[in-house]
Design a binder for this molecule. Structure first.
Ligand SMILES: [Zn+2]
Length: 466
């Protein structure tokens, strides 16, 4: 029997629930342990199914903090996992915030369904995990530096290298001793060059025998992120001149800091006349604190600004709001302003109040800066419906809508082609994950034209000897 084997569980022919198992000798390790997201009942069922008993898992190598990669760790712990979760320091800190938030969502969700079920004899449902479980999971997180190999088992090393996707994100290089040994690179989610704040993904990627790669945007081209600062400044200036307010729905972690950073720079560089700017989200405030703690993860530009001003998120000019009362007060103010709030797809959170109060005015603008999934309010706004439903009431969508695609944190077709160019021809095998529809085929084409001949798009449960 071969000493090493890969088995695919989550994010196999889909984009959520990332979890790939690596068996080495008698031990088993997970590359990520994410939540499946999607239709409630189906996702709930999938999130409870593990491919092995959690106590049999020796360690988790975690690529980054996004919930579809990290979100099932509290459940692993509550069901018997006793090993370490290896990740970069920034990922460990971001997970603390994100897993607590995810636990809150799980608990609220269970409460909602149990209230509905109270009238029938249907069994009550338990939250997938609780805040207490998320707290217990924190103890398993073991921060590791970028580029320093960590021995996660006898004869097995992992090195976290910059992926440029979100703060703390890494591609995981796994090296297994043996004759011959095995070198494997798991991309996690790969980012792009020139993203605000973050360093670029490492290039060239290390030479390996096997590659597990995401393919989320292997079939697309994104706009350039560096154009986004000017475009934001222009749209905000025009809206201010018309006497309107700008509302920006944005995820609390990552996108919100990108926008705050660009707006702060635009004001410093004279591209944007200072005006009141509010980040209205307690989660964003906590996440921004984590960003401030890791200037070593910034690119040169952000690091220089940080050492000159001690701040890159516009404090003093941008107000970070945590209290509900302050949030409500924004609705009573008439002057031009910018409000950044979550959730990013306008499905919940304070953004709903700001949209409700502002979308029916022609002078106002909503700027969409992130992907909007089908059946979300954000998508209906992008589609410029005549009316949209918020809190059960219809509101006319009369404001200006602007869509900026350049903030995507995922590599696109050109990025993948460039990064895999020198690597693919030397691979013994490649496994394509984290994609659906036409995306795996697009990645197959990229790898193929770079000279890789042994390419797999594994289904859940598929195993491969290395
Ligand atoms: Zn991600």
């Amino acid at each position: 029997m071969s000493r090493a084997e890969l088995t695919f569980h989550g994010a196999a022919r889909r984009t959520t629930g990332s979890m790939h198992l690596l068996r080495y000798g008698r031990r088993t390790f997970a590359l990520d342990a994410g939540l499946f997201q999607g239709k409630r009942g189906e996702a709930r069922h999938m999130n409870k199914e593990f491919p092995l008993r959690p106590r049999e898992l020796d360690a988790v190598l975690l690529s980054h903090a996004h919930i579809d990669h990290s979100g099932n760790i509290p459940q692993l712990v509550s069901r018997g996992f006793t090993g370490k979760v290896h990740a970069t320091g920034a990922t460990c800190d971001l997970c603390r915030i994100m897993l607590a938030d995810s636990a809150h969502i799980q608990e609220e969700d269970a409460r909602f369904w149990n209230e509905k079920r109270a009238k029938s004899d249907e069994e009550k449902i338990e939250p997938l995990y609780t805040n207490d479980d998320a707290k217990k999971a924190e103890r398993h997180f073991t921060p590791t530096d970028y580029d320093k190999p960590v021995e996660f088992a006898d004869g097995a090393k992992a090195t976290f290298i910059e992926a440029g996707h979100i703060l703390g994100s890494a591609c995981v290089l796994v090296e297994l001793d043996g004759d011959p040994g095995v070198r494997l690179l798991y991309t996690g989610d790969l980012g792009r060059r020139n993203m605000p704040i973050l360093r670029d993904p490492v290039e060239p990627l290390p030479e390996v025998d096997y590659l597990i790669t995401e393919c989320t945007y292997a079939d697309r081209h994104h706009e350039n992120p560096t154009d986004m600062k000017q475009r934001l400044a222009r749209i905000i200036t025009q809206t201010r001149d018309a006497g309107g307010k700008v509302v920006i729905p944005a995820f609390s972690i990552g996108r919100t800091q990108n926008i705050a950073y660009y707006l702060s720079r635009a004001m410093n560089e004279g591209l944007l006349e200072p005006l009141p700017i509010y980040v209205d989200s307690p989660l964003s405030v906590n996440a921004t604190e984590v960003f401030k703690k890791y200037p070593e993860c910034y690119d040169d530009k952000a690091r220089r600004l940080h050492s000159e001003n001690g701040d890159i998120f516009g404090e003093g000019r941008i107000s970070f709001i945590t209290q509900v009362e302050e949030s409500k007060r924004l609705n009573e103010m008439d002057e031009p302003m910018v409000i950044i709030a979550s959730s990013g797809m306008c499905e919940a959170g304070r953004i709903l109040h700001h949209l409700k109060n502002n979308i029916a005015e022609e002078a106002n603008t909503v700027i969409i800066v992130g992907f909007q999934a089908q059946h979300t309010l954000g998508r209906r706004i992008v589609e410029r419906r005549e009316e949209v439903k918020i809190f059960g009431r219809m509101y006319p969508l009369l404001c200006r809508i602007e869509v900026l695609n350049g903030f995507s944190a995922h590599a696109d077709r050109r990025d993948f082609a460039r990064m895999f160019d020198s690597l693919a021809g030397k691979l013994k095998g490649a496994f394509i994950v984290h994609g659906e529809g036409s995306q795996p085929a697009a990645m197959t084409e990229i790898l193929n034209s770079a000279g890789c001949r042994n390419i797999h798009v594994p289904a859940p449960g598929d195993s491969f000897e290395l």
